[in-house]
Design a protein around this ligand. Structure first.
Ligand code: UDP
Length: 318
């Protein structure tokens, strides 16, 4: 049994992770300023909630820290771009300072946005990406890129055991109905018989991972001995472990809408087209060969099955 801190633990992935860790018998503390996180998603769980901003120094001592604190949905992270940027950078610095002081192991949630609008497809970890520093996504993308560099340098300079995971589009129960991302929007629109809003022509692709698969990846990754990871990444010429975690099944946004409508045949929703937001990546699909080779991890839940497991949650929020 370990003592575990989840920053951003009242968010979508955090609320699922908290449940998983509690079921496994761990002692869980959640740190969240409730900017996008929701207390309601943690109701009844035996955990400690610290309502604090991750940009303030973090007290306490933990065996493991999952650093998930940062708004992650485009409409939310674009609302206060400087808040997003400083949450990524100052938040991770506080987590790493705590880990340096106490010897905690850290998993830092990085993102597929590291790759920007990628010119390499699918995206393997060694790809450097194609990111606009001056666009509407930059506050998120560049904050997350700096955070990766900070993790690298804390590891090199102080030996902090920090592990990076680049999370690709993930969905499942406990997503905020107001999240604004494509899976939650489409399911809710179909359930409410409202138009399904395809941005652009709906031809851009994403790879959608069910949250349970991601959590399996998190656990295998955190349980992996430091030496095993070091040996794997030394061979790759890297001083820090980094894995893509996502489902390689690639779908256009239009195909996603069709999948949702197949699962909700009673819906009278039709598809409508809306302007494509700036810098929207055209294609995205993870190369997960490294995580498979080193951790033996790969997603097991295909899109249709994951959507079927997610729909009842959103139905319950109506
Ligand atoms: N999208 C859409 N309709 C929506 C919300 C999003 O067509 O109601 C598109 C969006 O333009 C993007 C894709 O779906 O191409 C995924 O968007 P999301 O915000 O879920 O995540 P992203 O991967 O862009 O961060």
């Amino acid at each position: 049994m370990a003592s575990i801190l989840i920053t951003g633990g009242a968010g979508f992935i955090g609320a699922n992770l908290a449940r998983r860790l509690i079921e496994a018998g761990h002692t869980v503390t959640v740190l969240d300023n409730l900017y996008t996180g929701r207390k309601s998603e943690l109701e009844g769980l035996p955990l400690t909630l610290l309502e604090r901003d991750v940009r303030e120094p973090i007290p306490g001592e933990y065996d493991w820290i999952f650093n998930l604190a940062c708004p992650a949905s485009p409409p939310h992270y674009q609302r206060e771009p400087l808040f997003t940027l400083t949450t990524s950078i100052d938040g991770l610095r506080n987590v790493l300072e705590l880990a340096k002081r106490t010897g905690a192991r850290v998993l830092h949630a990085s993102t597929s946005e590291i790759y920007g609008d990628p010119l390499v497809h699918p995206q393997p970890e060694p790809y450097w990406g194609h990111v606009n520093t001056l666009g509407i996504r930059s506050c998120y993308d560049e904050g997350k890129r700096v955070a990766e560099t900070m993790a690298l340098e804390y590891r090199r300079t102080y030996g902090v055991d920090v592990r990076l995971v680049r999370i690709f589009n993930t969905y499942g129960p406990h997503m905020d109905p107001k999240d604004g991302r494509v899976v939650s929007n489409f399911i809710l629109q179909a359930l409410r018989n409202e138009p399904i809003t395809l941005y652009g022509e709906g031809q851009q692709t994403r790879s959608f991972q069910f949250v349970e698969d991601l959590l399996n990846g998190f656990m295998t990754y955190m349980e992996a001995p430091k030496e095993k990871l070091e040996a794997f990444f030394r061979e790759k010429g890297l001083d820090i472990p980094v894995f893509n975690m996502g489902n390689p099944g690639e779908f256009t946004v239009r195909e996603l809408a069709e999948e949702v409508l197949k699962l909700l045949p009673e819906s009278t929703s039709t598809m409508v087209f809306r302007p494509l937001p700036g810098d929207d990546p055209k294609r995205r699909k993870p190369d997960i060969a490294w995580a498979k080779a080193c951790l033996g991890w790969e997603p097991r839940i295909p899109l249709r099955e994951g959507l079927a497991k997610t729909i009842p949650y959103f139905r319950g929020t109506l």
